[in-house]
Design a protein around this ligand. Structure first.
Ligand SMILES: [Zn+2]
Ligand SMILES: [Zn+2]
Length: 417
């Protein structure tokens, strides 16, 4: 038996408990930075497995468990805990009926990004590793992170995690997504994009709609900005580099015969490269300021950069090492990961050290449904995407796969050799 198979021998016995935990978490999702009950449950599970447990790490609901098992590498495993303001489709008996308050509004809550599978898988892996300490040597660190969906949780915890565990050899994390349950997907290098948001306010001079000569119209300035921003990706970024600049919100004015005094533009950007990311940010500010200057005094812009997340950039040697371990454990069900334009804050937990990290995906949906949809070209319609109201992974083999992937990955560093 391989080292990880020794650890995973206990999975059959543990499975009913994990399925029960998963159904409980799925039925009781909590919004970002409000994961109080989930965090308590995670802490309780870690304590039962013999971990040293730290709660409220990072001024929110973060939980860190540490299991010291002799000399050897320090491996950090991370799961995120938050749900989303989404009304769940009625598909499973353990559907969520939870409601909460989001930005002052009463909203339904659903684990529409599958973070309940992440929590369950990490509980399973930590229990199995704690039950087979003869098979490995080193230190296991389990991080249950709040507020991934608002790209805040990892930033909130990183410094305190580093205080609790001053050195790590590798950080490992995973995400469920629309692929066949049973598959795992890895790649070296950038696997998820960086993201930044920017709220831009154009301050200018408003007035009567009949007297444009007495105003400097921010609506026209904003219109020029939106068009000119399109030239960043098309004219400034090399075709082989990935970059997205999206103007997702444009607000100005209240009535046709009033030239407003301000206009608001909200932008979101993505890239796979920190140099490209910096270029996008510089170009946005340059274009906005130049369009204000072109319109004349008193037009000026105010920038508020928000919700940053770094490129999720898998350390190549570690990703190759993990890839070989996944090949051995999953065979043909280990797929190459094509980089995605979505973003994650997981990398922050590696960058704070800095330490190498690897992030991978695992499938959560019936294989026959996926294969049929792929053949018909109907993947977008037939396999729900993360954040959709029907993003409800099939419980098995999704949970088993999440547990196995974490154990195989951790044991690649921790196994006694
Ligand atoms: Zn999400
Ligand atoms: Zn997610």
């Amino acid at each position: 038996m391989t080292d990880s198979a020794t650890v995973l021998a206990g999975l059959d016995e543990l499975r009913p408990q994990l399925e029960e935990l998963y159904q409980h978490l799925h039925a009781h999702p909590e919004l970002s930075n409000q994961e109080v009950a989930s965090a308590a449950r995670m802490a309780e599970g870690l304590r039962a497995s013999g971990f040293e447990v730290h709660e409220q790490v990072g001024a929110s609901t973060g939980v860190v468990g540490i299991l010291r098992n002799g000399e050897g590498p320090v491996v950090l495993l991370r799961a995120d805990m938050d749900g989303l303001p989404v009304l769940e489709d009625e598909k499973v008996p353990y559907r969520s009926r939870a409601r909460g308050t989001w930005q002052g509004t009463d909203v339904p809550i659903m684990h529409a990004c599958g973070h309940d599978t992440h929590m369950t898988a990490l509980q399973g892996a930590t229990r199995l590793l704690a039950d087979s300490t003869d098979a490995w040597s080193g230190t296991l660190v389990a991080v249950f992170q709040p507020a991934e969906e608002v790209v805040a949780g990892a930033y909130g915890m990183a410094e305190q995690v580093k205080e609790l565990v001053p050195h790590i050899d590798v950080a490992l994390g995973q995400h469920v997504w629309p692929a066949p349950a049973g598959t795992v997907h890895t790649a070296a290098g950038p696997v998820m994009a960086s993201t930044d948001g920017c709220n831009i306010t154009i301050h200018s001079r408003g007035g009567h709609g009949s007297q444009p000569e007495n105003t400097v119209d921010p609506v026209v300035i904003a219109a020029h900005i939106v068009v000119r921003l399109q030239t960043i990706v098309s004219r400034e970024i090399a075709p082989q580099s990935m970059a997205v600049v999206t103007v997702g919100r444009l607000n100005a004015g209240s009535k046709g015969n009033i030239i407003p005094a301000t206009a608001e533009i909200e932008i979101n950007i993505r890239s796979y490269d920190e140099g490209v990311r910096a270029h996008l940010k510089r170009s946005i500010e340059r274009i906005v300021n130049a369009e204000c200057a072109a319109a004349g005094e008193p037009a000026r812009a105010e920038f508020e950069w928000i919700t940053p997340a770094p490129v999720t950039d898998n350390d190549p040697p570690s990703a190759e090492r993990l890839g070989a371990a996944f090949d051995a454990a999953f065979g043909d069900d280990h797929w190459d990961l094509v980089p995605v334009a979505g973003s994650e804050d997981f990398g922050v937990l590696g960058d704070v050290y800095p330490a190498p990290y690897v992030f991978w995906f695992f499938g959560g949906f019936p294989r026959d449904v996926y294969e049929k949809a792929l053949a018909q070209g109907t993947l977008a319609e037939d396999v729900p995407s993360n954040h959709a109201p029907n993003f409800i992974p099939e419980m098995q083999p999704t949970l088993d796969t999440g547990v196995r992937a974490l154990v195989v990955a951790a044991m690649e560093w921790l196994a006694r050799r």
